[in-house]
Design a protein around this ligand. Structure first.
Ligand code: FAD
Length: 390
């Protein structure tokens, strides 16, 4: 199915290799994972086996150098894979975080030893990655985090709690934001790479949270009580202590772009589904698409989708050149996720009552879309970041 309004549009960065990757990713998601969607939603988390299968196919860590087990590509390859996952309607695997974010942190800041130790296993799907910044007392003000890591000899003892952690129920490897200097704000934050083991003293997984959408992907609470982490697991090595906030700020534009990729793919899918439905469903003796309002709504949604696609691609090109600034990434996250929620809502309306039943993918897309305006920094925070440079 091609997207109405995007026929003939080609991403400026796209090469034939991206088409091959898209084909492989599409086949994997549609044939291997989507058939299990109902069961995965019921269990509330993905199958580990699907991570391993994705790893075998080379779909994990596409932008990670081959020497660390990755695909040797760049962000455009991650974007193609994530786009296909969304277009296929696959929502269980937390690849946006696992591949789009966690492997990126390790690759950007990890010491040689850290990269060799963890990246190959993340790329093979043997380890599932997560990142934890948000705490029960607040997520927007990252500088105010309270989870603390106190140095004792060769280790840190971590005490505190995190919540809303994507992949948190299954994660084996966690990039954890902690305070290593209690007296400082931003300059007291470090990132600790934690190997999560259910039997480790001082570590406990909380609930896999029940959400209004994204039912097949796990989002969990994590608790630490003098949990022992070797000081050598400081991301970037011991000399990187207290530079975590800087590391986070450097990586957040990519995280926001990852969210934007999902938003545009969802818009495309919504327009495709609604257009197809409007052509086959009749009301008052003619197809829905024969009614002027339906045509106007679809035209507006297709236009919004295309404009969003162009903006996203501009950001991808900038990111590829290392020039994606914080404000532009925030604009993308804001505009694309607001667009996703609006387009999906308007497309759902075309389905009438069927749009409200979970048998129809558009209903799930509606529920899944809402969080896009919340995580990765809320859209209110995005406006703050944009306003700062005006
Ligand atoms: C499904 C899901 C997955 C998530 N995955 C992760 C993850 O993997 N890792 C992780 O660390 N976090 C994750 N989060 C957490 C997410 O990033 C936070 O929920 C988000 O940053 C907001 O933090 P909060 O919920 O504490 O809201 P708060 O910070 O309490 O904000 C509440 C409201 O106040 C507004 N607000 C706050 N400050 C300001 C301000 N200065 N000006 C104007 N308005 C303001 C916010 O925009 C929001 O509307 C996830 C959340 C969800 C729901």
């Amino acid at each position: 199915m091609s997207t109405p309004g995007l026929d003939g549009y080609a991403e400026p960065w796209r090469k034939p290799e991206h088409d091959d990757l898209a084909e492989m990713a599409r086949t994997f998601f549609l044939k291997e994972v989507v058939p299990h969607a109902a069961r995965l939603e019921q269990q509330g988390h993905p199958d580990r086996e699907h991570y391993r299968k994705a790893g075998e196919l080379g779909l994990l860590g596409l932008s990670i150098p081959e020497e660390y087990g990755g695909g040797g590509g760049d962000f455009t390859h991650e974007a193609v894979m994530l786009h296909e996952q969304q277009l296929a309607g696959e929502g269980s695997l937390g690849l946006a975080v696992h591949s789009g974010i966690v492997t990126g942190y390790l690759n950007a800041y990890g010491t040689e030893e850290q990269k060799r130790r963890w990246l190959p296993k993340l790329c093979s799907g043997e380890l599932i990655g997560a990142i934890a910044m948000t705490e029960p007392d607040g997520g927007s003000d990252v500088q105010a985090i309270r989870t603390r890591a106190v140095r004792t000899g060769e280790d840190f003892l971590v005490t505190g709690s995190k919540t809303f952690i994507t992949n948190g129920y299954l994660a084996d490897l966690l990039v954890l934001a902690v305070k290593t200097d209690q007296s400082a704000k931003a300059h007291g934050i470090s990132l600790l790479v934690c190997e999560l083991d259910e039997d480790a003293p001082g570590f406990r997984r909380g609930r896999n949270l029940e959400k209004i959408g994204l039912h097949a992907n796990d989002t969990a609470e994590l608790f630490f009580d003098e949990f022992r982490v070797p000081a050598a697991n400081l991301l970037g090595g011991v000399e990187a202590e207290n530079t975590g906030f800087y590391q986070l700020m450097q990586q957040l534009p990519q995280e926001r772009l990852v969210i934007g990729v999902g938003a545009v793919a969802a818009m495309q899918r919504a327009v495709e589904l609604a257009t197809a439905y409007a052509k086959e469903r009749t009301a008052f003796g003619k197809p829905l698409v024969g009614h002027q309002n339906t045509r106007m709504v679809l035209a507006e949604c297709a236009t919004r989708t295309r404009a969003s696609r162009v903006f996203l691609d501009d950001c991808i090109v900038r990111h590829h050149r290392g020039e994606l600034d914080v404000a532009t990434a925030a604009m993308a996250k804001l505009y694309l996720t607001e667009g996703q929620c609006e387009v999906v809502d308007r497309c759902l309306q075309i389905f009438g009552g069927y749009g409200y039943t979970t048998e129809y993918p558009i209903a799930r897309m509606y529920a899944d879309a809402r969080v896009q305006k919340i995580y990765g920094g809320t859209n209110e925070i995005m406006k703050e970041l944009i306003a700062r440079v005006l």
